[in-house]
Design a protein around this ligand. Structure first.
Ligand code: G2I
Length: 464
């Protein structure tokens, strides 16, 4: 009973504010004592995570399918309906009919949605396949902007760019018409996505990036590290994790998850399926995710074996008849047994609290310089929620660190922030620099943002 109520509350919170509410609702409702969920979604949620499935719009009319979907999962990924050929079949003419069917179904059930995918070398409509150079770059960025804007506020995480690295040992980018527009096409796509939907987590997603020693894994890792160091807006890495005899699960998978997480991004297992669905391997994948605090969700690539893109391998958790397989039991047990630490919503402080008494020397008689920076806030408000972008500008001297405080009106609360550390979530909320934006040159500006519930009104920020 408690689980059912807890799950309903969590689903309601998810329906209201999407992914941002997930962590917050976890914090509010996490049971004080261990409890065992009876479905994948409820059990994952008790661990501060989601458990999702790839969904096909044309299966939503299959009652057996939707019964399992609605009972077991609290996140969905449209399997094909948000791809470029589906959403922009003719240049400049967008079609969201099938994607909307999935998004509306998910929202009606309080499930979050992973968007898949904004920029990809594959599944391009004919008009895009025939483009190159700056015209293609512009068309790609327009596609990212239009689709992310259309779904603004409804997508927990976007696979902004999919499968941009080559297979094999080169560690190189995959050759494609998009790659030939210039090596910076990926970061350009991420910047366009952030501008269009500041509240969505932005992921890079790929396959054969599970084995830590694989050149492709290292290449993606180096890109993400570079993006984080330069402030390119990336929040998460998706490991597709299509495991089969040629590309098997390996025991260094946990190292891969934790190594990406250590870069300061969330890690999501986005398209999990395993040839013949061995229970032990499914269990190991779940245990690995639960062992890494920033591994915040798992999605299986289909529900029943008959729904799979490679159904002959029977790689999923339910039989074609809809029965739970041994792998299902293993996953549920692993979720219920796993660590209880939900992923943090913001990076935890890196300095431990002092263990000795603070120094007793009197404060300096001259106050520290003030007014060394200024901050401005712009707010995008919708009924019940908002996104704020904050610009911090250094004065006539460079900053080595910065802090700003913003006072929210009563009833408004911050649910997540990006490119800043945050303390507090209502009333006066304090934001401080993260590593990569601590240095601001004289007269230069950096930006950070946050998402919230309620009505923000006109916000102003102090800066020091
Ligand atoms: O290939 C497995 C996945 C690898 N990672 C990216 C994912 O987006 C990809 O998903 C698969 C879908 O599961 C398939 O369903 O992507 C394929 C190609 O986009 C999908 O296949 C397509 C067929 O190519 C089309 O002929 C077909 O009309 O599925 C379509 C709908 O059934």
């Amino acid at each position: 009973m408690r689980n059912a109520k807890w799950r309903a509350a969590t689903k309601a919170a998810l329906a209201l504010t999407g992914a941002a509410a997930l962590a917050a609702s976890m914090a509010m409702f996490l049971p004080g004592t261990a409890s065992a969920g009876t479905t994948l979604g409820a059990s994952a949620a008790e661990k501060g995570r989601y458990f999702g499935a790839a969904v096909a719009a044309n299966r939503l009319s299959d009652g057996a399918y939707t019964t399992i979907l609605n009972r077991e999962f609290n996140s969905v990924t449209p399997e094909n309906e948000m791809k470029i050929d589906a959403t922009e079949p003719q240049q400049g003419q967008f079609n969201f009919t099938n994607a909307d069917r999935i998004v509306n179904h998910a929202r009606s059930q309080g499930m979050s949605v992973r968007g898949h995918t904004l920029a990809w070398h594959s599944q391009q409509p004919g008009w895009m396949q025939n483009m190159s150079g700056s015209a293609l770059r512009q068309a790609m960025l327009n596609h990212v902007t239009q689709v992310a804007t259309y779904y603004r506020g409804k997508i927990a995480a976007w696979d902004v760019v999919n499968e941009a690295f080559a297979d094999g040992s080169s560690g190189a980018r995959r050759d494609s018409n998009l790659q030939r527009t210039g090596n910076d096409w990926i970061e350009a796509a991420f910047r366009a996505a952030r501008a269009a939907d500041p509240g969505a987590k932005l992921c890079y997603n790929d396959y054969n990036t599970d084995n830590w020693t694989h050149a492709k894994t290292q290449a993606v890792y180096n890109m993400v590290r570079d993006f984080k160091s330069r402030g390119v807006p990336i929040d998460c890495v998706g490991l597709q994790s299509h495991f089969n005899n040629d590309s098997p699960y390996v025991s260094n998978y946990r190292t891969t998850l934790s190594s990406f997480a250590a870069l300061g991004v969330d890690v999501q297992i986005t398209e999990l399926d395993i040839q013949n669905a061995p229970a032990n391997t499914y269990r190991a994948v779940v245990e690995d995710c639960l062992a890494v605090p920033r591994c915040n969700g798992i999605t299986v690539w289909g529900i029943r074996d008959s729904d799979s893109w490679r159904s002959e391998q029977s790689p999923l958790l339910f039989t074609s008849g809809g029965a739970k397989k041994a792998a299902y039991d293993a996953v549920l047990a692993a979720l219920n047994a796993g660590g209880t630490t939900p992923p943090p919503t913001t990076a935890p402080p890196t300095t431990p609290p002092p263990t000795t008494a603070p120094p007793t020397t009197p404060p300096p008689t001259t106050p520290p310089p003030t007014g060394s920076c200024t901050a401005t806030v712009s707010v995008n408000q919708w009924p019940g929620g908002f996104v704020a972008n904050v610009r911090v500008t250094a004065g006539s001297s460079a900053l080595n660190s910065w802090a700003t405080t913003i006072t929210l009106p009563s009833g408004a609360a911050v649910t997540n922030a990006w490119s800043a550390n945050r303390s507090g979530n209502s009333g006066t909320v304090r934001f401080t620099n993260v590593d990569y934006n601590s240095q601001v040159g004289a007269g230069q500006t950096i930006e950070f943002g946050f998402q919230g519930t309620g009505t923000a009104g006109n916000l102003s920020a102090t800066c020091a």
